[in-house]
Write a protein that binds this ligand. Structure first.
Ligand code: BMP
Length: 471
């Protein structure tokens, strides 16, 4: 084809002139405002544009081998038809609404099992419509691995299609299109910048990005809105530790000795401060020094669960003054949003703080999947406060910014005599979806805290590395 670039440029101007690309403020399907709207339906009225489109597609796909063409219904159907006529290759058509009478075919037209099909689409944002069409074609025995599109909105669709085995070829990207329009003085600098900003800020998350279980801790930092989550991920990455030790001892000196010994191997030290028989402020001061020396965070497992006002008093007052020293705390969701709001109001402005919401228990209690899901939904409405969830299963939480904390882990035991159930370190990470694992008596009952903590750290870290490396 003679001068592909020149033809493409003219196409952009024509699309602008027939209002197939508009600038202003438009609401997208999912309710967000976009400064650019591309509606290619109108090209059906312009045979000259259809002709140019088929020329450009022919040129762009000349190295691809295929037997059939299929347009994604409806807008791309005339484009696919124009291409089919131009290059003399047969088309098939996907039914958007399945017939409930007659043959119930998904795909209309003549084809053979194993035929290779080129998908034609007008605009790709998330790639969803292309994928639906591919699925029906594949279910009918047709092979699909290539899609040609007029406009790539550059919001992640290309990667999503790639994840699903489809190679996308675009005549134009949205940034190329607006550059031409700016150079032709059809849009001003301000509109141009607004669209670029929109593209950058509205990237659709791919399956990989949405799956916390497949991302490394350091990759997840950028998604975190709670400052403690960020800090915790950094510590975990730096120390190669996803181990939280439950220091459930009742003597302050014993806890300090334990903390000294296990300090190098943990990312969190979890306390039940109200079981300590000789609690005093110096104990907290010393613990903070050890935490700072060994770079771990202090975590009070108070499981706040009263009305907001009482929670505020429990969190900030009494003899423990938890809010002064605990970087992390736990809370129940059963009293509703008020608990989190009360905690937020009482958090010290000079210190990073975060909350783990209890979504599931390691014992067989009354918590059911509905409760777990509702707890996670509640947490998502407090993204700046919630670090993550105490949970036992990988199926409830995808979002990479939240950390799953899983207690009930021991190498040797499977239960205690009070309904606690244990799983192995490997299963906690790989089967239960834990990001940070809580080990209590598995370490505190041993006679060499440091040695056994290092063993748990190594097993947990290796399991995590295994989890993210397996496709
Ligand atoms: P151990 O490993 O010794 O069983 O200790 C587990 C720790 O985790 C305890 O401090 C307990 O309060 C806490 N925990 C739990 O075991 N299951 C849960 O569902 C939630 C917890 O906080």
């Amino acid at each position: 084809m003679e001068n592909y670039e020149k033809t493409l440029r003219k196409l952009v101007i024509d699309l602008f002139n027939v209002n197939a690309v508009k600038f202003g403020e438009f609401k997208t399907k999912v309710g967000i405002l976009t400064p650019v709207y591309c509606d290619l339906r109108v090209v059906v009225s312009y045979p000259n544009i259809l002709r140019v489109l088929s020329d450009l597609i022919e040129e762009k796909t000349k190295n691809i081998r295929y037997d059939l063409i299929c347009g994604v219904p409806y807008t791309a159907l005339p484009i696919a038809t124009a291409l089919s006529l131009k290059i003399d290759k047969p088309m098939v058509m996907r039914r958007k609404e399945k017939k409930d009478y007659g043959t119930k075919k998904l795909i209309e037209g003549d084809f053979n099992d194993g035929d290779r099909c080129l998908i034609v689409e007008d605009v790709v944002t998330s790639g969803g419509s292309v994928l639906e069409t591919c699925q029906d074609l594949q279910n009918s025995g047709i092979k699909v691995s290539e899609a040609v599109v007029l406009l790539n909105r550059e919001q992640g669709g290309e990667t999503i299609l790639k994840e699903n085995g489809i190679n996308m070829i675009a005549l134009l990207t949205l940034s190329q299109l607006i550059l031409v329009l700016k150079e032709e003085n059809l849009i001003n600098e301000d509109v141009y910048k607004k669209v670029l900003k929109y593209i950058k800020e509205n990237q659709i998350k791919t399956k990989h990005e949405m799956n916390r279980l497949k991302l490394s801790y350091s990759e997840r930092i950028k998604y975190c809105k709670n400052p403690v989550s960020k800090e915790l991920f950094k510590i975990m990455d730096a120390k190669k530790s996803n181990l939280c030790v439950a220091a459930d001892l009742t003597n302050a000196t014993d806890i300090l000795n334990l903390a000294e010994e296990i300090g190098p191997f943990i990312c969190l030290l979890k306390l039940h401060v109200d079981i300590i028989e000789d609690f005093h402020e110096n104990f907290i001061k010393r613990l903070q020094e050890i935490a700072s020396t060994h770079n771990f965070l202090l975590f009070e497992d108070r499981k706040f669960s009263d009305i907001g006002k009482t929670v505020q008093n429990q969190y900030t007052k009494g003899i423990y003054h938890i809010s002064n020293w605990a970087t992390l705390i736990t809370a129940h969701s059963l009293m509703g949003n008020g608990t989190l709001r009360a905690i937020e109001q009482s958090m010290s402005p000079n210190k990073k703080s975060g909350v783990f919401l209890l979504a599931e228990s390691s014992t067989e209690g009354l918590i059911n999947p509905e409760y777990t899901k509702a707890t996670i939904e509640m947490g998502k409405t407090h993204i700046e406060t919630v670090t993550g969830f105490v949970c036992q299963s990988p199926k409830f939480l995808d979002e990479p910014q939240f950390i799953q904390l899983t207690p009930g882990v021991q190498i040797n035991e499977s239960a205690d005599d009070c309904d606690q159930r244990y799983t192995s370190p490997e299963a906690a990470i790989n089967e239960k979806g834990a990001d940070v694992v809580v080990v209590g008596r598995g370490i505190t009952k041993s006679n060499d805290f440091g040695k056994i903590a290092e063993k748990y750290r190594r097993l947990l870290w290796e399991s995590y590395q295994n989890r993210i490396s397996i496709e």
